[in-house]
Design a protein around this ligand. Structure first.
Ligand code: MTE
Length: 333
C-alpha cells in the first residue's frame, strides 16, 4: 500500500530473528490453550507441505496451532510455499511503521493476550468473544492460500483457522444486514505507528455479507502450524484470498454488521486508488501501476526477478466469480 512511499521491495527482505525469548514467554499461554484443545485433529499435513513446497518451511518457535487439512474447494494450492522467514519479516502493518521490515522489529509491543472481539450491529446475538472461545468455536483447518498485495508482490502461505462463516452463523445476522465491517486494534501504547497520520486509525476494512460468508474467507489464528507472529496480525486476522492483501485486516477487535457499505481505511485515504471491492484483477490497473503481473517473494532475481501473470480473482475465480456476476468490475474496483 503506497501513498507517499515508493515500493523498494526489489531488495530481498532481511532475514530477522523473529522470536526473541520475551515474545516466546508471552506465547506460553498459547501452548496451554493448544494442549487444552484435545479434540482437535492431529496436524497430519506438515508432510503435505513438505511435498508441496520446494522451499522448506521454517516455522519460528511460537506455540503450536495444528489444523486438519481443509476440504473447502480451492483452499489447498499446491504451489511452493513462501519461506516462513519471508512471510514473517516482509510485512505491511502500518500500525508498526510503513517499511516492510518495521513490523517484525516493532511488533514485539503488541500483546495478543488477553484479547476480545466485539460482534455488534444488525445481528440477533451480539456479544463479546474471548480469544479462548474463538479458538474453540470451530475445528481449525490448514489452508494454503496465495496472498496478492496491491503493490505487485505475492506469497503462498499456509494459514490455520476456520471459515469466518462459522462465527457469523453463531451471531445470526438480521435480514437487513448487508455488509460486515472489520475494525482492528488501535492502541498507541502498543502500536508506535499510530503516531503517523499516513492512515486514519483504527484500520477498518469491510466485505459484503455474501463475501464474508464465502467458505474461503478465513478467520486465521495461525500460520505454518503455529500461532500468528505479532507482525502477521496476532492473535487473529482475516484472510480473503481473492482480494488484494489490504482487505485482510490484522489484529481484529470488532466485527460490525451494517446495512451500509463500510468506510474503509484505504478507501478514505485514497478513494481513486483503493475501492471497496479490491478484487484482484489483472485487467484493472492501479492508477499508478499495472496489476497484470506480480513478483513472488523469495524467488530472487533482484531487479530482473521473474514476474508471473496475475490471475483474475487471484486464481480463485471458479470459487468466487459468481459473487460478482453482472457487476462492472472496472467501476466497482
Ligand atoms: N491490517 C492492519 N491492521 N494494518 C495494516 O497495515 N496491511 C494490509 C493487511 N492487513 C494492514 C493490515 C496489507 S496492505 C497487506 S498486503 C496484508 O495485511 C499483509 O499481510 P502480511 O504482512 O501478513 O503478509
Amino acid at each position: 500500500m503506497l501513498i507517499r512511499t515508493r515500493d523498494n521491495g526489489f531488495e530481498h527482505p532481511l532475514s530477522s530473528e523473529i522470536t526473541p525469548p520475551a515474545a516466546y514467554q508471552n506465547r506460553r499461554q498459547w501452548l496451554l490453550t493448544a494442549a487444552a484443545m484435545g479434540g482437535m485433529a492431529s496436524w497430519a499435513s506438515r508432510d503435505a507441505w513438505a511435498q508441496a513446497a520446494s522451499v522448506t518451511p521454517k516455522p519460528g518457535k511460537l506455540a503450536a496451532l495444528p489444523g486438519k487439512r481443509s476440504a473447502v474447494d480451492g483452499a489447498m494450492t499446491m504451489e511452493a510455499l513462501t519461506s516462513y522467514d519471508d512471510v514473517s519479516s516482509y510485512n505491511n502493518f502500518y500500525e508498526f511503521g510503513t517499511d516492510k521490515s518495521d513490523p517484525v522489529a516493532q511488533a514485539k509491543t503488541l500483546k495478543p493476550r488477553p484479547w476480545t472481539v466485539a460482534v455488534e450491529g444488525l445481528v440477533n446475538k451480539p456479544g463479546t468473544f474471548d480469544l479462548d472461545a474463538l479458538l474453540k468455536l470451530s475445528p481449525m483447518e490448514e489452508r494454503i492460500y496465495r496472498l496478492r498485495c496491491v503493490e505487485g508482490w505475492s506469497m503462498v502461505i499456509p494459514w490455520v483457522g476456520y471459515s469466518l462463516s462459522e462465527l457469523i452463523k453463531q451471531v445470526q445476522p438480521q435480514g437487513s444486514a448487508k455488509y460486515v465491517e472489520f475494525v482492528t486494534l488501535a492502541d498507541p501504547k502498543q502500536m508506535p505507528g499510530l503516531r503517523s497520520n499516513v492512515l486514519g486509525w483504527p484500520y477498518v476494512e469491510g466485505l459484503r455479507l455474501d463475501e464474508a460468508m464465502h467458505p474461503l474467507t478465513l478467520l486465521a489464528f495461525g500460520m505454518y502450524g503455529e500461532v500468528l507472529p505479532n507482525q502477521n496480525g496476532a492473535p487473529l486476522r482475516l484472510v480473503v484470498p481473492w482480494k488484494y492483501g489490504f482487505k485482510s485486516g490484522k489484529s481484529l477487535v470488532k466485527i460490525r454488521f451494517t446495512d451500509k457499505e463500510p468506510r474503509t481505511a484505504w478507501n478514505v485515504a485514497a478513494p481513486q486508488e483503493y475501492g471497496f471491492y479490491s478484487n484482484v484483477n489483472p485487467e484493472v490497473s492501479h492508477p499508478r501501476w499495472s496489476q497484470a503481473t506480480e513478483r513472488r517473494i523469495g524467488e530472487g532475481g533482484g531487479l530482473f526477478a521473474k514476474r508471473r501473470q496475475t490471475q483474475m480473482f487471484n486464481g480463485y475465480a471458479p470459487q468466487v466469480g459468481q459473487l460478482y456476476a453482472g457487476m462492472d468490475l472496472r467501476k466497482l474496483y
